[in-house]
Design a protein around this ligand. Structure first.
Ligand code: MG
Length: 159
């Protein structure tokens, strides 16, 4: 059995007048993430981890921000396409893990819903999907609530 690991990182600005969508879940918050798609920073980091595991480039290669097709796109549907690509290449997801860096809102009440949404679109069980949250202790752009960042890793196997 072969194994491959990949990592991903993303950050989006927090702005007024946008919904806050993380892990496919819409959260109640006065600010949302800015971006061409729905700006789901968690799913974007995860997509890069999956692509990285197979050295297939990054999210911008498949879903370029200048392409009008991806304007307002539901990032979970992009994740579904990347999941299909992984399967086409003969690989399966062992597990994925993510860390969202955000001062607010509190993510804990929404973690299970995020894991379920990601798992459903990735074709795995929620037990294979880790979603964690941390603050940045007030430090840096995430600490000043200028944006929300996410780190992700993905482990794939080829039976
Ligand atoms: Mg992004």
């Amino acid at each position: 059995m072969q194994l491959r690991i990949g990592n991903g990182y993303d950050i989006h600005r927090l702005v007024a007048g946008r919904p806050l969508i993380l892990g496919g879940v819409r959260l109640d918050h006065p600010l949302g993430l800015d971006g061409h798609s729905d700006a789901d920073v968690l799913v974007h980091a995860l997509i890069d981890a999956l692509l990285g595991a197979l050295s297939l480039g990054d999210i911008g290669l498949y879903f370029p921000p200048e392409d009008p097709r991806w304007k307002g796109a539901d990032s979970l549907l992009l994740l579904e396409q990347v999941s299909a690509l992984v399967h086409q290449r003969g690989w399966q997801v062992v597990n994925v893990d993510t860390v969202v860096v955000a001062e607010r809102p509190k993510l804990k009440p929404h973690i299970e819903a995020m894991r379920a949404a990601i798992a459903a679109h990735l074709g795995v069980s929620p037990e294979q999907v880790g979603v964690k949250a941390t603050t940045n202790e007030g430090l840096g752009p995430t600490g000043r609530e200028e944006g929300i960042a996410c780190h992700a890793v993905a482990l794939l196997q080829q039976p």
